[in-house]
Ligand binder design. Sequence first.
Ligand code: PXP
Length: 238
Amino acid sequence: MPHLAVNVDHIATIREARGIAEPDPVLAAGICELAGAEGIVVHLREDRRHIQDRDVRLLRRTVKTKLNLEMAAAKEIIEIALDIGPDMITLVPEKRKELTTEGGLDVIANEKKLKKTIARMRKARIPVSIFIDPDAEQIEAAREVGATFVELHTGRYCDATDEKQRDREFRLIEQSAELAFESGLRVNAGHGLDYRTTARVAALPTIEELSIGHAIISRAVLVGLDRAVREMLALVRG
Ligand code: PXP
């Protein structure tokens, strides 16, 4: 059974929409851990659109499970990661205009930069995962640059519009997980997983951890709304 790591970026997105201190992703991370999450994930983007440096620093001190810092292999962010020392990092591609991470990292095209980044992280004893599409060549390249983990991109499986396409995308993830594991890599998966698509991926024996954000946070908003309204009503009505 894989571990569940909860991505709390969206809590920070709501906070940044108001530009005030709440809701706090650090507090949210604690609640996720109390509920049984086995890891916390945050993406410190170069544009700082949601998670801020302060969040990562505080999370380093408060997370009791495992802090996985998602990041681009960019100089400024690498220095922050080395300074803060998360339990692991996940390297992702980053584009300024994207709404979320769109595709896996092209390890082959970024081989030199990735090797250098991984060597620096290794010196600091920070394991590195690379977020990749479920593709044999990318898996081989991830092994060659010295990654400890790959995180297989589940987006195309989750976004499939018919069952045939979903089965095809799932088989790709299944085969890729097996291939990565056989080549000595540790295997995580994530992106787009929700309450309908997760169980099938969670059943794959070689996957260690699932990284899930959007589905959990958006469900939390809806399942929590009833209680939040009742609590405000109690104040309004005295
Ligand atoms: N894994 C990676 C590499 C991501 O970039 C994201 C999104 O931040 C996730 C997992 C989580 O995706 P979702 O929010 O769709 O669950």
